[in-house]
Ligand binder design. Structure first.
Ligand SMILES: *Cc1c(COP(=O)(O)O)cnc(C)c1O
Length: 424
């Protein structure tokens, strides 16, 4: 019984965010100013981000202390989150492998996204921001930021990718209920949105377009700042509370992971889950494999190029060195809306270039088959995004059966799929 469900006491919640920058195998290439192509200065970013987040974005400190107010909000939301052993899935697959998953879908928003949303709302409120603008794909990030703004007295404006706005109306209801304003993107609220609509009125939208709109609003309004739910270094580091918890949980049951798996859109849940372990690997203390799973229809790591590219479609964001499919890439309208992004976090991109991370890609059909197997064995309907990690875990567990190997596989269940039932 000891490993069915591994829980931590509240006082064991991590007290620091782990910053991977100083541990990377080579320094990260600096973000470039889109106008001058010169490395960006912190001042350039102050129009859209609060100073503390800019400091964290560029910090070389290993650990960044989590403020008490943030810890309090994380605990209120349900952290630490449990680690489960998927014994029924193991039996179904007849595998000698052990499969564990970290469940990030049990909080009020149903995904890992509030881990950074809470921190970002806190630092913004502290520096006097009144409104946060943002984009959202499937709606998880928009819900998480709307939720987090509640606790720190901020207003929230969300640009939601049109295809998801139409396919997933309930997430809009959640955001509205939390008091946020939600616009289908491209919208008529911004110059860029109006330009895109004129060019292609029927566009399903994309995260790149929605980001451009949200930044435009922040750049034009004094009291408004912008929040990003993935990709940037400070977002990755906020999410590392996931992996730090998993480390403690695996220690409690005396397990060492052989394979760690997460799905990747912009990379934040994967980074948060894996970076504390990748640190151990870089330092020679862990011999594990790290697998980042993406859809074949948006194959950023498996088929993209490692280049300087914009994070948005309008070309307003700094240029980031990352794997990218090109800023104008508009992915097909798959159900895993959170994985429809043309770029990948610079930190993950660098680790993939150094082959410390192995990318895999699966089709939508494959991932829904895996999602249904998981639902039938473990009783949890996963988010379509998270089902990418499940698919890979199943592939590796079956490989263990074939080779009669008893590996320990751990994956991150980034969210539940209870608002994705249309897709099922
Ligand atoms: C947003 C989201 C993702 C993808 O974003 P990352 O930044 O790559 O983690 C994955 N799973 C869920 C449930 C999400 O909400």
């Amino acid at each position: 019984m000891k490993d069915t469900k591994v829980i931590l006491d509240e006082n064991e919640i991590p007290k620091y965010f782990y910053n991977i920058l100083p541990d990377l195998p080579e320094p990260l290439a600096p973000p470039l100013n889109p106008l001058t192509q010169e490395p960006i200065s912190p001042k350039d970013l102050e129009v859209i981000f609060p100073k503390e987040l800019i400091r964290q974005e560029m910090s070389e400190e290993h650990k960044i202390k989590i403020p008490d107010e943030v810890l309090d909000a994380l605990i209120r939301m349900g952290r630490p989150s449990p680690l489960f052993r998927a014994t029924n899935l193991e039996k179904f697959l007849k595998t000698p492998a052990k499969i564990y998953f970290k469940h990030e879908g049990l909080n009020p928003c149903g995904s890992h996204k509030p881990n950074t949303a809470i921190a970002q709302a806190y630092y913004n409120a502290k520096e006097g921001t009144e409104v946060l603008s943002t984009e959202t794909g499937a709606g998880q990030w928009g819900s998480a930021l709307s939720y987090s703004c509640l606790f720190f007295g901020l207003k929230c404006k969300v640009f939601m990718v049109r295809i998801s706005f139409d396919q997933k109306p309930y997430r809009k209801v959640i955001m509205n209920t939390y008091g946020a304003e939600v616009y289908a993107s491209p919208s008529t609220e911004t110059d860029y949105g109006r330009t895109v609509l004129k060019r292609s009125p029927e566009t399903p939208g994309s995260l790149g377009i929605a980001i451009s709109e949200a930044i435009e609003i922040a750049a034009k309004n004094e009291n408004t700042k912008y929040a990003l739910g993935s990709v940037l270094n400070h977002v990755m580091l906020h999410q590392t509370i996931i992996g730090q918890e998993v480390q403690k949980q695996l220690n409690m049951i005396e397990e060492t992971p052989d394979i760690l798996i997460g799905c990747v859109g912009g990379g934040s849940n994967f980074a948060g889950f894996s970076f504390p372990f990748i640190k151990d690997k870089i330092q020679g203390n862990l011999n594990a494999e790290f697998i980042a799973v993406e859809p074949t229809s948006c194959p950023t790591l498996t088929e993209g190029k490692y280049i300087y590219d914009h994070g948005d479609s309008a070309g307003m964001t700094p240029l980031l060195k990352m794997y990218s499919l090109g800023k104008d890439f508009i992915p097909p309208s798959i159900h895993a809306g959170g994985l429809r992004y043309h770029g990948m976090a610079p930190t993950i991109s660098l680790l993939a270039k150094h082959k410390l991370i192995t990318p895999e890609a699966y089709t939508q059909e494959e991932i829904f088959d895996a999602a249904k197997v998981f639902a039938k064995t473990e009783g949890i309907i996963p988010a379509p995004e998270s089902a990418h990690a499940i698919k890979s875990a199943i592939v590796h567990a079956l490989k263990c059966r074939k080779n009669n190997e008893s590996k320990t596989i751990v994956f991150n269940l980034s969210g539940h799929g209870l608002l994705d039932l249309g897709a099922y």
